[in-house]
Design a protein around this ligand. Structure first.
Ligand code: PMP
Length: 350
């Protein structure tokens, strides 16, 4: 028995999943009368491939994983939700998370009525491995590690992740939504070593496809089998599959965007600290910067009045006084810097 099996909810282990018309048939057919579709060609009159095989082959090639190690979700948010539903028995099991971090781990757990045990990151935004292990018990089914972490922007050290993977007995989910902006290698390289590892990535950031809603979960085939068992049969629509395939065929465009964003991030990292209203710019391995400012709410409002929306993270634990700025294009970043200079001028006069 694998170390994964006892972690799965009994009802999911026993589940007989929905079998869609198209997944029951293997082979080539010229007359499709199995799925109650409209026979007239619209380009989209047929259901999409429930297992997105063409797209997964392409992703496997680019990400250096095997197609059987890939699950695709309606955004990585769907993968987060499904993980909780696969592993956590409401009212019995719980998840662990390391705040300040991405808000959907908590929301998905709350929706599923699954408690969340929080172990704050240390002052340098790294996991406190000993406390995590002290708080973990047999009902700690999932631990979410976000790296680069949103909103703190730093990488979680690979040594910590390996340490946790060795010592924690639940499933470790490493959310790498921002990995393309980081110097650190992806944890997908650890997949063949650790049975209880899930790595999340997304088309929403570097790939420029937030609007199509496509997230990736990389995991050993046994875990992918669980995802496929519980997912809605046609969770990835044809338009999304086509758009992502096209993007993958033009991967150099993504690389250029990443380069430009990194250049702009470096420019903001240099310019922001010269402004009086910016107290500290935290180091970033992502496409955003966490900055500590004097009066976050006031500065947030000032920017909104100039049509610039940033994210107020000042009420998150460990982020007192902090705003989060996404790195925009050069013009957008110029507008942000100019607005912040105006704010300084106004405060100087008052
Ligand atoms: N993980 C993190 C860390 C994120 O910041 C986000 C989006 N802000 C997501 C996951 C969700 O991504 P998706 O668009 O793929 O659902």
């Amino acid at each position: 028995m694998s170390s994964l099996d006892p972690l799965v909810r009994p009802n999911i282990r026993a589940l007989r999943p929905y079998s869609s018309a198209r997944s029951e048939f293997q082979g080539v057919a010229s007359v499709l009368l199995d799925a109650n579709e409209n026979p007239f060609e619209t380009g989209f009159n047929r259901y999409p491939d429930p297992l997105q095989r063409l797209l997964k082959d392409k992703i496997a090639e680019i990400k250096g994983v095997r197609a059987e190690q890939i699950f695709l979700g309606n955004g990585s948010d769907e993968a987060i939700d499904l993980l909780i539903r696969i592993f956590c028995e409401p009212g019995v099991d719980h998840i662990l998370s390391l705040p300040p971090t991405y808000g959907m781990y908590r929301v998905s757990a709350d929706i599923a009525n699954v408690p969340i045990v929080e172990v704050p990151l240390t002052a340098d935004f790294q996991p406190d491995v000993d406390t995590i292990l002290q708080k973990a018990d047999a009902h700690s089914k999932l631990l979410f590690i976000c790296s680069p972490n949103n909103p703190t922007a730093n990488d979680i050290k690979l040594d910590h992740i390996r340490d946790i993977l060795r010592r924690f007995s639940g499933v470790v989910v490493v959310d790498e939504a921002y990995i393309d902006f980081s110097e650190r290698a992806s944890c997908t390289t650890l997949l063949d070593e650790f049975e209880r590892l899930v790595v999340l990535q997304t088309f929403s950031k570097a790939w420029g496809l937030a609007g199509v809603r496509l997230g990736m979960a990389f995991a050993p085939p046994a875990t992918i089998g669980l995802f496929n068992k519980v997912k809605p049969p046609y969770n990835i629509n044809q338009l999304t599959q086509d758009a992502a395939y096209l993007a993958l065929e033009n991967a150099e465009e993504k690389d250029q965007w990443v380069q430009e964003i990194l250049t702009e991030r470096a420019r903001l990292e240099e310019q922001l600290p010269t402004l009086a209203c910016i107290e500290h710019v935290f180091p970033s391995q992502a496409n955003f910067l966490l900055v500590r400012v004097g009066v976050p709410r006031e500065l947030y409002q000032f920017l909104v009045e100039r049509g610039i929306v940033v994210r107020d993270r000042s009420r998150m634990p460990g982020c007192t006084g902090c705003l989060r700025f996404t790195v925009g294009d050069p013009q957008e970043n110029d507008l942000l810097l100019a607005a912040l200079r105006d704010y300084d001028l106004q405060n100087d006069q008052s």
